[in-house]
Ligand binder design. Structure first.
Ligand code: GMT
Length: 377
């Protein structure tokens, strides 16, 4: 098939899922056209059958806010016509599904003889739970979901929440997030560990966009408790508004030498296998892609019982889930893992097995292909 994919090209989980999906589909023989304002960060441009079309937004003194959505819609229609796209698949509802809707309608009115250009919207989380639920975006998000030819959600939780918040009757297909288990794999020798942390210190790792919803400050508080019991070093990977406050808190708590803020990293698959435990203390997580990537590398997560995380992590088997904000309980779980290396190894192996048997690309990508075929009729 010829498939157009639109996503946020930066570090958010939705962009990562869209990029990995496009690359996997290309490996399976589809022609994939990414349409966005920048090259998706994890996109390997050497992959055959991958094309990238940049959306350029013309500015004009009259435009206080350059109309990206309109430029995107025009580019989608142009690419669809030139490359005979069979469908558009947009990730994150706002504003991508509205742009796709415009592109679809433009094609119908400009080229009535052409086969219809259906579009699928994949809901990722904050497009529904935060941004979409905001009064200013609520009606248009609901409209775009209803007008999509197909809608998928990355967890049962998000599907239920979408129906509850928006009252939509649209069929929403749950296709869970996935991980490439060849690329994300355990590395028992932990080759980089000596460069990342002092000798003898266990490595805790947190990966996020450092938005308040991720509660990265809790990671620092957890670390403070853990190092009173056992040597540990925390790697904070990513960047965003809470990074500064987290760095400040580390200094205030006197643990700044036990934590490294690594900023945005393009190859987290090289870092994960060096970690002993992944911290994900999020307020809400529709899925928790970082937890899955860690699990594929054999790193058990200590996370929160929030949103879709219980669909991924089985408490006590392949990780631990505690209440949001319960730093004491989360720290105690980390200590229990670091002090009992048999338990750590057992949970790490179970985490890898979960990734392999339930969330591996080879299981999930065919579900997208089947859905595409259904939607294209
Ligand atoms: O919260 C993020 O990491 C960004 C956000 C996004 O849309 O880019 O992530 C959402 O989508 C990810 C990929 O499907 C999910 O793994 C995250 O759980 C989800 N984030 C939230 O629900 C807060």
């Amino acid at each position: 098939m010829n498939i157009g994919i639109t996503c946020y090209p930066t570090y958010g989980g939705s962009g990562i899922v869209a990029t990995e999906l496009g690359m996997e589909l290309a490996y399976r023989g589809h022609e994939i056209h990414f349409i966005s304002y920048a090259n998706p960060i994890r996109l390997d441009s050497g992959t055959p059958r991958i094309h990238y079309h940049e959306v350029e937004v013309t500015t004009y003194p009259l435009f206080e806010y350059p109309p990206y959505c309109l430029a995107l819609a025009s580019q989608m229609a142009e690419v669809a016509e030139s490359y005979k796209l069979d469908l558009l698949h947009v990730h994150y509802a706002i504003p991508h599904s509205i742009a796709a809707l415009l592109a679809r309608d433009m094609m119908v009115s400009q080229m009535p003889s052409r086969r219809r250009l259906p579009f699928i919207t994949t809901l990722h989380g904050t497009d529904i739970t935060l941004v979409g639920a905001d009064r200013s975006y609520f009606p248009i998000t609901k409209f775009s979901i209803e007008k999509s030819d197909g809608v998928t959600s990355i967890s049962d939780y998000l599907r239920a929440r979408t129906i509850e918040v928006f009252g939509v009757e649209k069929d929403i297909r749950v296709i869970k997030n996935f991980v490439n288990c060849e690329l994300y794999r355990p590395e028992p020798e932990r080759k980089l560990a000596s460069k990342l942390a002092p000798p003898g210190a266990a490595i805790l790792m947190h990966v996020s966009n450092f938005r308040p919803v991720k509660r990265p400050l809790d990671c620092v508080r957890i670390l403070q408790q853990v190092i009173q019991e056992t040597p540990a070093h925390l790697l904070m990977v990513g960047d965003g508004p809470e990074r500064g406050p987290a760095e400040r808190l580390a200094r205030e708590l006197g643990v700044e030498n036990n934590v490294s803020f690594l900023g945005k990293q393009a190859h987290v698959e090289r870092l994960f296998p060096n970690a002993h435990v992944l911290l994900l203390p999020s307020e809400l997580e529709s899925f928790g892609l970082a937890a899955l990537e860690g699990m594929a590398c054999g790193v058990p997560p200590v996370a929160t019982r929030a949103g879709g995380l219980p669909e991924l992590v089985t408490h006590g088997t392949d990780g631990f889930l505690e209440d949001v904000g319960d730093v004491n309980a989360q720290a105690a779980r980390v200590v229990s893992l670091l002090k009992d290396r048999d338990l750590l190894a057992k949970m790490g192996a179970a985490a890898r097995l979960t990734a392999l048997t339930r969330f591996c690309t080879s299981l999930i990508i065919p579900a997208y292909e089947e859905y595409y075929r259904e939607i294209c009729g």
